[in-house]
Design a protein around this ligand. Structure first.
Ligand code: NCD
Ligand code: ZN
Length: 357
């Protein structure tokens, strides 16, 4: 715990067991080197998404990507990337065997083809993956689901609910022991679905879906930096998510979905989906939990429930946040370009304690 200079009254601090990020996009190359430090400063481990170009579809590719992530970490950083495989129509069951045996792959990501950024190699018809899902069920390998239909005829605000009813519900029944994470849920319907689902079904929740409703995308004009998928929903959805995150139910845990894109790709006539939040991730969850009067539940949401779901030990070390406002810069370096972070030029209420751990 930090002491005030001069031994004054203690600062408003929050000390938590070190958390993990159960859904993050770290990218590759110079972009990876630019962003991974933010995640590693806060989180002990992270489930790293496989939607690179080309996608991480094999255990060998996951091993190579893990090496690149470790090489991009600042010297002396303790951070463990947990890799994932990108499921395609062509994934073979023995790739799951290799992934499991290698010990570094902790989940397999299902992107419905065309549903989101870098999902074009994804699954065109879930029935094509049944043999792989059966092997995952047998080996206890979690399926991580981008839960949105890619059907462009479905209203963009209804794509999560549509997928949930038409695809996810039958899938969870067909594979009754498959461990499933419904990623970045955004609706009251999804909260109710997960809360009532069979054992072995969980969900991640992002900071932006706790802090904003869809009005943020249209505040005074089109705001590309508030565009992510699944898209922000209504206020009643936000409130249901906040209730789920702060409710103490171990099925709901932290996953930022921090998804950096170069400025020009965001500030464009056809803006990419994805919000970058890694530079303030835990601080933003603290804001959301404080708004609900439930800072006492942040530690379990951020540090316990995800580790328990994935069968990994909770961390022994701690992290401290201080209730002190700071302002993220207008941009961060992003390899060859620049990145506009969430909350650029606007205050964040909590900051990481530094230099007094
Ligand atoms: C993600 C990305 O940019 O990789 N974008 C996003 O809006 N969340 C892809 C994804 O997770 O859907
Ligand atoms: Zn994502």
């Amino acid at each position: 715990r930090c002491a005030q200079p001069g031994g004054q009254a203690p600062m408003n601090t929050l000390t938590l067991q070190r958390p993990d990020d159960w859904h993050v996009h770290l990218r590759d190359g110079a972009a990876l080197a630019a962003v991974v430090k933010f995640t590693a400063q806060r989180f002990g481990r992270a489930i790293v998404m496989p939607n690179l170009k080309p996608a991480v579809t094999t255990a060998a590719a996951a091993r190579a990507y893990r090496d690149r992530i470790l090489a991009a970490l600042p010297a002396g950083t303790r951070f463990e990337p947990l890799l994932t495989l990108y499921l395609t129509d062509a994934t073979a069951p023995d790739e799951i065997d290799r992934a499991k045996a290698g010990g570094i792959v902790h989940g397999v990501k299902l992107y419905p083809a065309g549903a989101t950024t870098h999902s074009d190699e994804g699954v065109t018809d879930i029935s094509r993956t049944y043999r792989v899902l059966a092997r995952m069920q047998e080996l206890g390998m979690p399926l991580l689901v981008h839960g949105e239909t890619a059907n462009a005829d479905v209203d963009v605000f209804d794509r999560e609910t549509h997928f949930m009813e038409a695809q996810l519900r039958p899938l969870i029944e067909r594979f009754p022991a498959l461990r499933v994470v419904f990623e970045h849920i955004t609706t009251a319907d999804a909260v109710a679905f997960v809360a009532a689902a069979r054992p072995g079904v969980a969900a991640t929740i992002t900071p932006q879906h706790l802090l904003h409703n869809r009005n943020a995308i249209f505040a005074g004009g089109i705001r590309p930096h508030y565009y992510c998928l699944p898209i922000l929903k209504r206020e009643r959805d936000r409130q249901a998510l906040l209730g789920a995150a702060t409710g103490g139910n171990p099925r709901f845990f932290l996953g930022t979905d921090s998804a950096p894109h170069e400025r020009a790709a965001k500030q464009s006539a056809c803006c990419c989906a994805g919000m970058f939040t890694a530079h303030a991730a835990l601080e933003l969850y603290a804001e959301a939990f404080e708004s609900a009067g439930r800072l006492d539940r942040l530690e379990a949401f951020a540090g316990h429930f995800g580790a328990d779901f994935y069968g990994l030990p909770r961390h022994e070390d701690k992290i401290t946040l201080i209730k002190e406002s700071w302002t993220p810069p207008e941009t961060y370096d992003f390899g060859d370009g620049e990145l506009v972070p969430y909350r650029a030029g606007e205050p964040v209420a909590w900051r990481l304690a530094g230099g007094c751990a």
